[in-house]
Design a protein around this ligand. Structure first.
Ligand code: ADP
Ligand code: MG
Length: 628
């Protein structure tokens, strides 16, 4: 036998479980049953290749009123010594850390904890909410390695040793704490199983006491769950409460905001049950999104819960089950990747989801808005990655805009249908936050004309924007890039003014361009500005300043793209600089002012100036001059 120490974070977690005052302790049973069902799923899958592993699959619950124990057993895969040590002893999973952090942040109240336990995959440890000791006896299916006994009182250490066990599978024995007798009661166990584990497709068996004839007590064995795979039932026979429970089994926390249950017939035959969750999981944006959304079954046999091919990434928040009747049963996980039938299924699921979302958007706009606020950032990725469905995804996307109050989201349709008749294009601007964008000089002329501008403030929007070329025949136009196209009357007026100014200030423009050569590729008079003196704009196909900042934040190098400095022909600064230039073309002040203009333009778009010290020195000098 050897005694090992738990990792520090596991100790913390255990400490929390042991001392928890949380009210809903019932969920420990749900978690242990779920682990057993997972273990049988795995064994059943492996048994397709290795028939020796096949068994009459079952989960058992046994209580011992004297010893005050409740034991959950299964004949699933079991674990080897190594597996016990990695899966139970040390957990390398990021889940534990994230769980502890969430607890601290939330200042966890009673009701949060069961949710969090499920969400972060620390289910096994929840046994310590009711136990002062837990024992595991386990034997790996299809392996010649000896069985293993693990035990711990949830303090610093656990013991592991080789042991005897005749058959494959796992027994978890929970030694109940003093005041936890209720979990010995048949009624209580039934109630918990019914509530949380009824849909589990393996029988959950227990010994029950029945009054027989002449009032004699008889002991018999009973299956306490109904075992009905909920997705195979007729939707009209399933209550929402049953769906909710099943959702909790899949997602481990929260409720679904929408349930989509349907069957596909024809070229591809399958049943699907999909849920849009109410709340996003904590790891929605981590690359190895630990908890996958969709489970794949083939004719009721669990195949995998890591099936990336079932839904595209931009639907990774969808939870559910697909049960196919035409995939081969012994399909390997690798094979799934290039299976034409899988592609068909995916197409079908995506189509269904998109049409359900559209329906929700039209019929239940409030609900849709709540959905979009939670998952819009992910859904929008599809505009960039799924060319076939781009139009539908554009319809579903929503944005803030300049002419609407903060927080209000509008669709592209709403934008286009409220455009003044003089406006030709759809204007948008990308940046970190609404606050910053609102002050952008790029918006000035559009604001003065009453044209609306979409604010695109999610990091993904940079990519989304690149993929959106047109909506209802209207072009998308980045207000910070290229020559902005205005309505004809304004365009003519501004162009004439700028042409005149360009002739008048030819020498000054040349000077500025030469002086700022390292930072800019051109200087010109602006069609955008009505108030500010200057701003920076990119060429139409250059990456924007916001894109550069995103790459920088991801620690990725991106070659610096020089941009164009635009000046406001009506701003007095231009005339004053020209005057100075005419008086003394070699004045050192000219260069200083040009630098200041450039830095100002960088600052107004939320950028970082490269030399803040020189900038502030120039500003102070200016102030001194102005004051004296
Ligand atoms: P999760 O189930 O989310 O992975 P748990 O804390 O519930 O997290 O379980 C940790 C791990 O312990 C499981 O992933 C599994 O590898 C192993 N395990 C737990 N219970 C069993 C069991 N009954 N049979 C086989 N392995 C198990
Ligand atoms: Mg578990």
């Amino acid at each position: 036998m050897s005694t090992k120490k738990f990792k520090t974070e596991v100790q913390h977690l255990l400490d929390l479980m042991i001392h928890s005052l949380y009210s809903n302790k019932d969920i420990f049973l749900r978690e242990l049953i779920a682990n057993s069902a997972d273990a049988i799923d795995k064994a059943r899958f492996e048994s397709l290749q290795n028939p020796d592993m096949a068994a009459e699959w079952e989960i058992r619950i046994d209580t011992d009123k004297e010893a005050k124990t409740i034991k959950i057993s299964d004949n699933g895969v079991g674990m080897t010594m190594d597996e016990v040590n990695t899966n139970i002893g040390t957990i390398a999973k990021s889940g534990t850390k994230a769980f502890m952090k969430a607890l601290e942040e939330k200042n966890a109240s009673d009701s949060d904890v069961p949710e969090l336990i499920g969400q972060f995959g620390v289910g096994f440890y929840s046994a310590f909410m009711v136990a002062d000791k837990v024992e595991i006896l386990t034997k790996r299916a299809g392996s010649s390695e000896p069985a293993v006994k693990w035990s711990s009182s949830g303090k610093e250490n656990y013991d592991v040793a080789e042991a005897e066990k005749a058959s494959q599978g796992t027994e978890v024995t929970v030694y109940l704490k003093e005041d936890m007798d209720e979990y010995l009661s048949e009624w209580k166990i039934r109630q918990i199983v019914k509530k949380y584990s009824d849909y589990i497709e393996y029988p959950i068996k227990m010994q029950v006491v029945k009054k027989g004839e002449d009032d004699k007590e008889e002991i018999s064995e009973e299956t306490v769950n109904s075992q009905k795979a909920i997705w195979l039932r007729n939707p009209s026979d399933v209550k929402q409460e049953e769906y909710d429970n099943f959702f909790e089994h899949l997602a481990h926390f929260g409720k679904p905001m929408k349930t989509i249950h349907f069957s596909a017939e024809g070229t591809s035959e399958f049943k699907a049950l999909m849920f849009l969750p109410e709340k996003a999981p904590f790891d929605m944006f981590t690359p190895d999104n630990a908890r996958k959304g969709m489970h794949l079954y083939v004719r009721r046999v669990f195949i995998t819960d890591e099936c990336k091919q079932l839904l595209p990434d931009y639907f990774r928040f969808v939870k559910g089950v697909v049960d196919s009747s035409d995939l081969p049963l012994n399909v390997s996980r690798e094979l799934l990747q290039e299976n034409a039938k899988m592609t068909m299924i995916q197409k079908n699921l995506v189509k269904k989801l998109l049409s359900e979302l559209k329906k929700m958007q039209e019929k239940e706009p409030e609900k849709y808005l709540a959905f979009f606020k939670e998952f819009g950032k992910v859904l929008k990725e599809g505009i960039h990655t799924d060319y076939t469905n781009k139009d539908k995804l554009q319809d579903l996307a929503m944005f803030e805009s300049m002419n609407n109050e903060p927080g209000k989201l509008i669709t592209l349709k709403e934008y286009v249908h409220t455009m003044p008749s003089a406006q030709k294009d759809i204007y948008f601007i990308t940046g970190e936050s609404r606050n910053m964008l609102e002050n952008s000089p790029h918006l000035e002329i559009l604001r003065s004309k009453g044209f609306d501008v979409l604010f695109m403030t999610d990091p993904i929007d940079e990519w989304v924007a690149q993929s959106m070329n047109e909506y209802e025949g209207k072009k998308f136009m980045a207000v910070g890039k290229g020559e902005i196209e205005l309505d004809e009357d304004t365009a003519k007026e501004v162009e004439e003014k700028n042409k005149k100014a360009t002739e008048e200030h030819k020498s000054l423009l040349e000077f500025i361009k030469k002086h700022l050569d390292e930072n800019i590729k051109d200087v010109r008079f602006s069609k955008r500005l009505t108030e500010s003196a200057c701003c920076l704009v990119g060429d139409t196909y250059d990456p924007g300043a916001h894109m550069e900042r995103i790459f920088k934040a991801m620690n990725q190098d991106m070659p610096k793209t020089k941009r164009i400095l635009e000046l406001n022909a009506s701003h007095p600064l231009v005339a004053s600089m020209q005057k100075l230039y005419d008086k003394d073309a070699n004045s050192p002040k000219l260069g200083e002012y040009a630098e200041l203009m450039y830095d100002q333009a960088v600052l107004t778009e939320g950028g970082m100036i490269s030399d803040p010290l020189s900038f502030s020195k120039r500003v102070s000098d200016l102030m001194v001059n102005a004051l004296s």
